[in-house]
Unconditional design. Structure first.
Length: 523
């Protein structure tokens, strides 16, 4: 039987279609709202830093080791067993004070043996002197006999002339006189021989005296004494230990002469050594006293270079007083040497000098001290290309230099602040050297000016920062001066104390920027 009621299946389809269309409308509305919110949340939020007035100092940072001004190593030139020790670590000693004693028994025996040898030599000398005296007596007797023989000869010659004796008697007297003369010469030769033997005996006595003195000297050296007043900071021997002094003199004690005056031996990189001068002020800290700063001054710049793994450094001696004896030798000191300073100057954060709006490229001459000429490596590359008018080959070479050094800079993330500053400065110097090598003479001169401004070595550099005007970044040109790596002196410009400059951007929904990244790439 026909009816006008809708079919149940058709009614179900209609409801399903309405449900699908409603869900699609809700999803479309949600998608539009999410897209709008995402676009709004992606709007950049600027980070600011205030322009301040204060002091600024250019410093060179390095690490070194504290040591006493005068340190004496006390050793032994003789071998033997340590019999007694009279001092220990941190013992205060006076010059000549007994520190230790080596067993003297064997050296005492050598002294007694040398004394006996000397007595025997002296006895032999007396014997030889007696023999020489007897030989001289023989000479006297021989001369008397010779004189008697000559007198007898003269008498017999006169008797022969008178005919009282025969000629044979005269001849016998002549032979007797000649024999007596020969006996005199023999006796004189024996005197010379006796004198030579006496002289030899005297020389033997001197040898024995020298041997005795040497034995007594060795015996005296068994007593180890302090050569200076000071404090024992190191002891390398114990009682009963055998000291072997053969080719090298073993060190037994180390004495610091005066710990109220200390010095720091600082290794300064070759890129910074030209800034160091005697009497420059220095400050340093040690891990033993965190938060405390110690004062010092540059005393000596040693000209002997030290090369370790192709890194060239020079040793600079920084003197510091130590009246309370808190500092002890061997501490590692993180030293900051002030190479230049300004007082009561307007200064701006270096981050503001490096920041550029998105898509902007720094113009010529805008590299401020401590800046890299742009917000990223691409901006720095564009600045070099623009300022130095690099050709295609030079631009490609710059890209290769940046790419090769990027990994080296990334490795500096895990280093401490002092080491990171030193290593990063050395890497920057290497990059600048490589870039300078691909430039011609005119480009090198311009590049030197850019580097001087970028490193703070020039006091008349230029730069620019951005301030917020009507919600948009506005450029402010500056003339810059000294930099300490964090802030730069403003020599001239329209900035005033308290002005806020842009140092970075951050998306509203992005996490805060992480500090302490790898050092920036240089020009």
């Amino acid at each position: 039987m026909p009816t006008d009621a809708p079919h149940p299946r058709r009614k179900s389809r209609t409801r399903l279609l309405a449900l699908v269309l409603g869900s699609a409308a809700v999803l479309a509305a949600a998608w539009g709202a999410w897209t709008w919110l995402a676009r709004e949340s992606a709007a950049p939020a600027f980070r600011f830093a205030k322009v301040e007035r204060g002091s600024i100092a250019q410093v060179v940072s390095a690490s070194g080791t504290l040591q006493a001004v005068t340190t004496v190593q006390v050793g032994s030139t003789i071998s033997g067993q340590i019999k007694e020790l009279f001092v220990d670590f941190n013992s205060a000693v006076k010059k000549g004070q007994l520190l230790a004693r080596i067993d003297p028994e064997s050296y005492e025996l050598k002294v007694r043996q040398s004394e006996a040898d000397l007595e025997a030599a002296r006895t032999a000398q007396l014997q030889r002197q007696s023999d020489a005296a007897a030989a001289r007596s023989q000479v006297v007797r021989a001369r008397i006999s010779a004189e008697d023989a000559r007198t007898d000869l003269e008498r017999k010659e006169s008797l022969v002339l008178k005919g009282f004796i025969s000629a044979s008697e005269r001849d016998k007297a002549r032979y007797a006189a000649q024999g007596a003369d020969e006996a005199v010469r023999t006796a004189e030769a024996q005197v010379k021989s006796a004198d030579a033997q006496a002289a030899n005996a005297a020389a033997t006595v001197k040898q024995r005296e020298a041997a005795l003195a040497s034995a007594r000297n060795d015996l005296a050296k068994t007593a180890i004494t302090a050569p200076v007043d000071g404090v024992v900071i190191s002891r390398q021997v114990d009682a009963g230990q055998t000291v072997a002094a053969s080719l090298n003199t073993p060190t037994l004690f180390t004495i610091a002469e005066d710990l109220r005056k200390m010095q720091v031996a600082v290794a300064i990189d070759e890129t910074d050594i030209g800034k160091i001068r005697p009497d420059q002020r220095a400050t340093f800290g040690v891990d033993a006293f965190p938060g405390r700063s110690f004062e010092g001054r540059v005393d000596q710049i040693r000209k002997a270079a030290v090369t370790v793994q192709n890194v060239v450094t020079y040793t600079v001696i920084v003197e510091t007083p130590n009246p309370d004896l808190r500092l002890v030798p061997g501490m590692t000191a993180n030293v900051r040497i002030v190479t230049d300073s300004r007082e009561n100057v307007l200064k701006v954060a270096n981050a503001a000098l490096r920041w550029r709006p998105a898509g902007a490229v720094a113009s010529s001459g805008s590299a401020a001290p401590g800046s890299a000429g742009g917000g990223d490596s691409q901006a720095r590359r564009q600045k070099l290309v623009q300022d130095l008018k690099l050709d295609a080959a030079q631009s490609a070479r710059v890209d290769e230099i940046y790419a090769a050094s990027r990994a080296s800079f990334a490795e500096l993330r895990d280093l401490n602040d002092a080491d990171r500053r030193q290593r990063s400065e050395r890497l920057r110097a290497e990059v600048r050297q490589k870039i300078n090598a691909i430039l011609d003479a005119g480009q090198q001169k311009l590049y030197a000016e850019i580097v001087a401004a970028e490193t703070g070595r020039a006091t008349g550099g230029s730069g620019r920062v951005y301030v917020l005007v009507d919600g948009k970044p506005a450029e402010v040109a500056l003339r810059t001066g000294l930099t300490d790596g964090n802030a730069t002196e403003v020599v001239s410009g329209s900035l005033r104390e308290g002005d806020e400059v842009i140092v970075g951007t951050q998306l509203a929904n992005a996490p805060a920027a992480k500090s302490g990244g790898a050092p920036r790439m240089p020009f």
